[in-house]
Design a protein around this ligand. Structure first.
Ligand code: 16G
Length: 244
C-alpha cells in the first residue's frame, strides 16, 4: 500500500526513509500513541524491502524513544506522555504533573465511606470496623491515562469524600494533615483487562503496583493508597548512596 513511498534510487538509505515514513504517520495521526506497528514481516512485504532494513529502522526509532517493543506482543508507538518520577519525593500526582507542565486530571471510578477491611485497618492503625473514606480514581496527564489509584483515608480526617474533587493532598493539607513522611513499596504486575481498558493499553501490559502509607506531622497515618502505574509511561528514578 505504501510501497510507492520508498525510493530505491534516492541517496537516502531505505531504513532512514522508512523511519521518516513512520514519523510522518505519527505526526499526521495515521498511527496513534500505543497503536501496534505492523509486524516486521508485513512491513518488509508491503514495502518491498528486506527485513534487515525494517529491523534497522525500528531499532533506531526504539532508541529515540518513539517506538517501544513489548516482549511477545510486538512494537508499538510510544505513549504520548512519558514521565520520569523521583522515587524518594513525597509529592502528589497533581503537583508532579503541574511541575512538568502537564494538566493533571482525576476521573472518579468510585468514592464513598465504609468500614475498613482488615488490611486497611492494619495499614492505617485503625480499630477493626472503623470507618474509612475511599477514593478510586483514574489519573490523567493532558487527558492521557497514567495510573489507577485506590486511596483509603481514615474517615475522621475526611468525613465528606465529596470534598475531594481534584487533589486529595490539597484537602489533607487544608485540614492540617499534610503528609510529611511515607512508606512505599512497589512491585511489577500485569494489568488485567479491566485495568488495561481504563489505561487504554493492550491487555497484559506491565505496570508498577505501588503502595504508599503516609503520615502527618504527629505520626498519624493519613492515607493507604494502592496504585497501578503504567509501566510503559513511567520511569522511576532514585539517587543511591554507598551503604555502610
Ligand atoms: C500520588 C501518590 C498517592 C497520593 C496521590 C495524591 C504515588 C505512588 N502515589 O499519586 O499515594 O494519594 O499522589 O495526589 O506516588 P492528589 O493530591 O493529586 O490527589
Amino acid at each position: 500500500r505504501d510501497a510507492g513511498s520508498l525510493d530505491e534510487s534516492s541517496p537516502t538509505p531505505l531504513y532512514l526513509q522508512l523511519q521518516h515514513l513512520i514519523q510522518q504517520a505519527v505526526r499526521s495521526g495515521k498511527l496513534r500513541a500505543d497503536e501496534a506497528l505492523p509486524s516486521e514481516r508485513d512491513l518488509s512485504r508491503q514495502l518491498g524491502i528486506s527485513r534487515v532494513t525494517v529491523r534497522k529502522a525500528i531499532a533506531g526509532l526504539v532508541e529515540k524513544g518513539m517506538l517501544v517493543q513489548r516482549w511477545g506482543s510486538g512494537t508499538f508507538i510510544a505513549p504520548a506522555v512519558q514521565v520520569e518520577q523521583p522515587l524518594s519525593r513525597l509529592s502528589s500526582f497533581t503537583d508532579d504533573m503541574l511541575g512538568r507542565g502537564l494538566h493533571p486530571g482525576a476521573v472518579f471510578l468510585g468514592r464513598g465511606v465504609g468500614p475498613a477491611t482488615p488490611k486497611e485497618s492494619m495499614a492505617l492503625g485503625l480499630s477493626p470496623g472503623e470507618l474509612v473514606s475511599r477514593f478510586d480514581r483514574l489519573r490523567t496527564a493532558d487527558d492521557v491515562p497514567m495510573a489507577i489509584e485506590h486511596a483509603v483515608v481514615p474517615n475522621r480526617l475526611v468525613p465528606d469524600p465529596e470534598a475531594v474533587s481534584s487533589s486529595l493532598y490539597a484537602v489533607l493539607i487544608g485540614r492540617g494533615h499534610a503528609p510529611r513522611r511515607a512508606l512505599q513499596r512497589l512491585h511489577a504486575v500485569l494489568l488485567n483487562s479491566e485495568q488495561a481498558k481504563l489505561l487504554q493499553v493492550p491487555d497484559g501490559t506491565a505496570a508498577l503496583y505501588i503502595e504508599r502509607r503516609s503520615f502527618d506531622q504527629d505520626g498519624v497515618a493519613v492515607e493507604f493508597t494502592s496504585s497501578y502505574y503504567r509501566g510503559d509511561a513511567y520511569d522511576f528514578v532514585a539517587e543511591l548512596s554507598l551503604g555502610s
